[in-house]
Design a protein around this ligand. Structure first.
Ligand code: GS8
Length: 234
């Protein structure tokens, strides 16, 4: 069986969680079949492969599903362990890497969701939490090249997909991540120089346009967003 037949990724182009799986697969040089899901009309395959959460991403390896993006990265790292290790082998360092990836889920992923899909009244509070979380991550990064030190690894894969979402958060909340976290932006720029990352990330403007459309359809205050956008550009 050809490698790409053995490995299938159910994904959606702008999903930060899906991008994690794409980056991990690219780091390992794995060929796979990419299947774009329409989440408003989920495929029978997605419902069969992730009957519990019915969410992407799902990695299907030799016909068996692996769900949840951080679990997918770890699985990829263990199965294709001959190259580009993502998690450290030291148990303490591995626990630390998992802790910070979980922090990214809670303080950037969940909080980011409250920004892009939230009501205007909730957005200001979410913005404060987002800045606090990103500052904390910047402190953890310190003067290292990547979160694990000199090599690109698990925390980097977990966090970098949010970088191209920053533009949307910034437009919605009228702030600049770089003003608060310049070292984090420098880290992100180091990451996007990697081919595995640059080819896996969705474009920031496409993400923003999708979010504006989503907010229009959901009757959230997209007009207000556009006014804020003009303010930002002044
Ligand atoms: C989150 C996946 C998720 O939210 C992970 O993989 O890390 N904890 C999971 N997937 C979304 C798309 S990305 O915003 C999804 O599939 N949503 C469909 C739905 O909620 O019905």
């Amino acid at each position: 069986m050809a490698e790409e037949e053995e490995v299938v990724l159910l994904d959606e182009w702008l999903s930060m969680f899906g991008m994690r799986a794409r980056i991990a697969l690219a780091e390992k040089g794995i060929k796979y079949e990419y299947k774009e899901e329409d989440l408003s009309n989920k495929s029978p395959l997605l419902l069969q492969m992730n009957p519990i959460h019915k969410k992407i991403p799902v990695l299907i390896h030799k016909g068996k599903p692996i769900c949840e993006s951080l679990i997918i990265i770890e699985y990829i790292d263990q199965v294709w362990n001959h190259t580009a290790p993502l998690l450290p082998s030291d148990p303490y360092l591995k626990a630390q890497a998992r802790f910070w990836a979980d922090f990214v889920n809670k303080k950037v992923g969940d909080v980011g969701g409250r920004i892009w899909a939230g009501k205007r009244e909730e957005i200001e509070e979410a913005k404060k939490e987002m800045i606090e979380g990103l500052k904390q991550l910047e402190e953890t990064l310190g003067y290292n090249t990547f979160f694990g030190g000199e090599t690109f690894g698990f925390i980097d894969v977990a966090l970098i997909p949010f970088y191209n979402w920053f533009y949307t958060y910034e437009q919605l909340c009228h702030f600049k991540v770089e003003t608060h976290c310049p070292k984090l932006i420098a880290w992100a720029q180091r990451c996007i120089h990697r081919e595995s990352v640059s080819k896996s990330l969705a474009g920031e403007k496409e993400i923003y346009n999708f979010v504006v459309d989503f907010r229009k359809k959901s009757q959230l205050d997209w007009r207000n967003i556009c006014e804020l956008k003009n303010l930002c550009q002044e």
